[in-house]
Design a protein around this ligand. Sequence first.
Ligand code: GCW
Length: 714
Amino acid sequence: MKKWIAVIIGIILFNSIFAENGYNLWLRYNVIDNPTFLQQYRQQISSISCPSDNGQLIAAHQELQKGLSGLLGKKVPLQMSVINGTVMMGLPSHLPFIKTLVSDTVLARLGNDGFIIRTIKHEGKNITLIAGNKEAGVLYGAFHFLRLLQTQQSIQQLNIISAPRIDLRILNHWDNLNRTVERGYAGGSIWDWQRLPGYLDQRYYDYARANASIGINGTVLTNVNANAMILTEPWLQKVAALAGIFRQYNIKVYLTARFSAPVEIGKLKTADPLNEEVKKWWKDKADEIYRIIPDFGGFLVKANSEGQPGPQNYQRTHADGANMLADAVAPHGGIVMWRAFVYSSESPEDRFKQAYSEFKPLDGQFRKNVLIQVKNGPIDFQPREPFHPLFGAMGQTPLMMEYQLTQEYLGFATHLVYEAPLFKEVLNADTHSKNNGGNVAQIIDGTADAHVLSGMAGVANIGSDINWTGHPFGQANWYTLGRLAWDHTLTSAQIANEWIRQTFSNKKAFVDTVQQLMLASREIIVNYMTPLGLHHIMGYGHHYGPAPWYNKAPRADWNPVYFHKADSIGIGFNRTTSGSNALAQYQPAVRKQFENINTCPENMLLWFHHVSWNHKMQSGKTLWEALCEKYYNGVDSVRWMQRSWSKLRSYIDEERFVQIQQLLNIQEQEAVWWRNACLLYFQTFSGKPIPAGYEKPDRTLEYYMGLSFPYAPN
Ligand code: GCW
């Protein structure tokens, strides 16, 4: 009894005294603060056994030891002998009894990365078995087991089978070689190029652990706006040092390939993908890379987009370019991820339509080891976009999803926005390209068209800030990418729930409140930034704050006015047959729904229709009134988030509590800024008053238009 009282007092002291800076992410491993679970776990876990010393198994048992010892508040030793309570890790090749326990069909289903976790009796002892076909599976199983404890689940009768639905689960870093990060809001790049390869920062290990814990198995180290220098030998040695660490955690390294590299670092006169010398240069370069990094993953390429060089500079197609690189890496098992984020510098065509126009005709022309990486929506990571029309339109080509974790258009690292609902909305969208089973999730996991390769990428929100992501809740978006790529059937609520429990606390009142807040946060930002289908109305260049009035960009489709098209009649982009007809890029069923102003979902309305200010919405309100209502609701909801958060002080460490409180205060001010600036500006077209009862904007439109931000990050 005395012992338990001491333990409980210890827990309380531990949790309240130690400030947390967020560095440990969701892998904190603090002592379990629930006496019932602590007792159960202590009874059921005594030791760890691991029969081999392959790199990834070392990582697995080291993590288990660290995690279990922390969570149980006592040392859990690694030992050969099996006793009651051993957590046994291994593969069928080490532990033949696994074959008698698990059928061949189940083992086959696990693939390379899947695992089973089972409570069994082995040689008369009660043990927990964590097994996979390959070391990687065991590693993922170990992390899953730790997650069960961290989220305080029963581990008494485990019978878990888990395998990833998507093969390539990848972070894209937009990190430059000078350690700036494009659209990075959490400090500089974590890649300390100058001191690599000699100095291996502890951060690289912790980065790898965090990724492995959520199943991420690839990282593109460099910005898609690429620098050819990374492909030169001294830099490849630095990359090899990182790859050496990441390999132990089953993470492959990829690089961005600058298409003009043969000219810039190869001294060739051309980078024409059909030129023999160019082809040879890339083959030789690939051979060199694989000599230095034998398990190099391959290339990610942004070509002929926003000024980047590409095959079209030589009148060749995206397929010509991608295939040339694919042939260079194919002998080594490498892949090419070719981005579909393109819009021509001359084309006056609705920007919405351009990726489809360029890529759809190339379906069937790509090599087997090419994936086309498509952003979730047709424009650019806006708070809400319809699904990209390429999904469901290129059945012969594996399409990868590209999400943006870094919050370029979602309030930088200042606003609390949980992105899972945004990601899920797109995954759940039915492309109607199949009678059955043609939603975006099935397109990208390869099941819709029986593709061998499948992938999901997220543009990283990671930087050198102590807590990795700037906003403590940014960590949840990184976490979500891994969990969804592993299993896209998980709900936003499930992912939020497990993240909160691991990152902050298992206390029900805390979990419930924060989960509610997270689930609502995406719709809240849509409301105060871009309600009813508005898009791309942010500040020019840096994208900080609202600037719907902006019309000075060097090209039309960088201007907010191009996207909202407000005039005295109404607002919105007509993409129906009487307008740009972008809707023709969707399957008839989708097109039909969006084309009709009465069946178009109201949250997408202004994406597709130029709508009169007096248009009657479903609520009976006019469009203008509905717009005002959304903007005001958005701000009110941020105030609700502030109030909810302020009640949670006693549940977590003071340091993170105060950080989040301060960030919510800024979010509230910026939400008001968005609301006032947008409504005052749109009012100059609608000519209508802001309905009575709403607080009046306390600044003028001129004030907002006069603001400038020369040092906003970009
Ligand atoms: O979202 C836009 C960003 C650019 C980015 C580009 C892209 C890396 O504003 O900074 O460039 O998309 O995805 O290529």
